[in-house]
Design a protein around this ligand. Structure first.
Ligand code: NAI
Ligand code: MG
Length: 477
């Protein structure tokens, strides 16, 4: 039985209710977390507010940075323990979980260095005046994160907010709150003052709705579904606060006929099977120039058929999907595509000794997928890759931009002119050229265009998102 963190207190829900923590690998409950209430959210927001005038708010920026660096070191010192927690909670392979914990530490290292480096400025104005622009925290920031990369996501959203001196309230996903709880214990041990970080666990429609609609918050960061993203923006609008939304994707791999095949194939396969396809930035569309479509897709199929799925301990290419709802959703996309007669080009294999009660799906490569099929346009959020041929550069750009999403894209060609032309024409927050980077890359500004959301996380830009300015005008004669 775990507790959640409000101020410096580890507490149960105000009404004592709990939620089961279930393993995606075998469907069994193995722990419990508090099912937080609106009252708990209220107390957490107050604790965050109080921290702004308490020990946390009084720290120098450099001292905030130093505490964050200590948090990063604590995370690294507990890498194996945190990875075990994360793997059990999400089902992901141990190697992936270990990497996620390293990335969590990286977020705190990177933004520790940023805490005292986003400066204000002075502005030339009328004679006899001195104008300075101060950089200030927003105040109380709310952070609602999903279950696909719990540890990475908490680092991504909390580290810049803490670096800028905000008081934060985190709502982890109900399926995966354990790494956040352990992280918070380590953060307090590292010297994070009370109230700077509060964690309220529970359901989205209860804790998430209460937090995003709370009149005491100044900002919301949300990562998750488009459906809930719209609710978050409405809640933010009611209180006239800013939100950063990181929503879905249908990111294309755009492969031209002069591609370096040996380099591209393993990266393309990994970009969709990584984390069982439950990655907003998964490369879920494989767009290949028609002249090499058959031969290139055959190479991808060969590699795809070698993908192995299993439990965290088996440490294969990917694990199960998160929960029964995701299992049904992904399987439905696969079944419908088959019923529509879309050819299956390759399937990965589920380990024979993987528990039958686990949420395992077979990674599946389909092609050619008709451009109007659901598989070509909608986010599956599972290990399903849709291959499609294109004719030329113009057709590739039209096809790449033909969904409502715009998160990531990759361009594969040895022609430098084409590489840059296509990269500039694709609507996406990040474009990779002859490489791909789903996750990680804490230095690289990241976020969506179109229905993939708005605002930027990662990199220095994230510090601007979670801070504001104040203009001081002084008449000195
Ligand atoms: P979701 O959007 O419901 O959950 C994400 C977070 O939002 C969780 O912490 C959840 O508790 C919270 N939440 C849910 N309802 C809320 C509400 N009314 N107010 C405030 N917070 C709320 O995502 P879900 O249902 O788990 O997954 C559905 C689909 O969403 C997936 O199949 C996938 O397509 C997409 N998704 C995208 C993610 C991304 O990284 N962009 C991550 C997770 C899901
Ligand atoms: Mg939902």
């Amino acid at each position: 039985m775990k507790n959640m963190l409000i101020g410096d207190q580890w507490v149960s829900a105000s009404d004592g209710r709990t939620l089961s923590v279930v393993s995606p690998s075998d469907g069994r409950a193995f722990d419990e977390i508090p099912r937080g209430t609106a009252q708990d959210v209220d107390r957490a927001v107050q604790a965050a507010r109080t921290s702004l005038t308490g020990a946390w708010g009084q720290l120098n920026a450099s001292e905030r940075g130093r505490i964050m660096m200590r948090i990063a070191q604590k995370v690294l010192d507990h890498e194996e323990e945190l990875a075990q927690i994360e793997a059990k909670d999400t089902g992901k392979p141990m190697t992936t979980a270990r990497n996620d914990i390293k990335v969590l530490a990286r977020y705190f290292e990177f933004y520790a260095g940023g805490a005292d480096k986003l400066h204000g400025e002075t502005i030339p104005f009328l004679n006899g005046h001195q104008v300075s622009l101060l950089r200030e925290p927003l105040g109380v920031t709310a952070h609602i994160i999903p279950w696909n990369y719990p540890a990475q996501m908490l680092g991504r959203t909390l580290a810049p907010a803490l670096a800028m001196g905000n008081g934060t309230v985190l709502k982890p996903a109900e399926d995966t709150s354990l790494s956040a709880i352990r992280f918070a214990e380590l953060a307090l041990e590292a010297g994070l003052p009370a109230g700077a970080l509060n964690i309220v666990t529970g359901l989205g429609e209860e804790v998430g709705a209460a937090l995003s609609g709370h009149p005491g918050i100044d900002f919301i960061s949300f990562t998750g579904s488009n459906e809930v993203g719209t609710l978050i923006q409405q809640a933010a609008a009611k209180n006239a606060v800013k939100c950063v939304l990181e929503l879905g994707g249908k990111s294309p791999q755009i492969v031209f006929d002069d591609v370096d095949v040996e380099r591209a194939v393993p990266i393309i396969v990994r970009a969709i099977v990584q984390n069982a396809g439950q990655t907003c930035t998964a490369g879920s569309r494989l767009l290949v120039q028609r002249s090499i479509y058959d031969s290139f897709v055959a190479k991808v199929a060969e590699a795809f058929a070698k993908v192995r799925v299993g439990t965290p301990e088996m440490d294969l290419d990917c694990g199960p999907v998160m929960n029964p709802a995701q299992h049904q959703r992904v399987q439905r996309y696969i079944d419908q595509a088959r019923e529509q007669g879309i050819p299956v080009l390759a399937e990965g294999q589920i380990a024979a000794d993987a528990p039958a009660t686990g949420h395992f799906v077979k990674p599946t490569l389909f092609g050619p997928v008709p451009r109007t099929a659901a598989l070509a346009c909608e986010e599956v959020f599972g290990p399903v890759l849709a291959a499609m041929p294109f004719e030329d550069e113009a057709d590739a750009i039209a096809l790449a931009n033909g969904t409502e999403y715009g998160l990531l894209a990759a361009v594969w060609t040895e022609n430098a002119g084409r590489l840059h032309r296509v990269a500039k024409s694709v609507k996406a927050g990040q474009v990779f050229m002859n490489c791909y980077g789903a996750g990680g890359g804490v230095e690289l500004p990241f976020g969506g265009t179109k229905r993939s959301g708005h605002g930027r996380e990662k990199g220095f830009l994230a510090l601007e998102e979670v801070s504001t300015t104040k203009t001081l005008v002084h008449y000195h004669g």
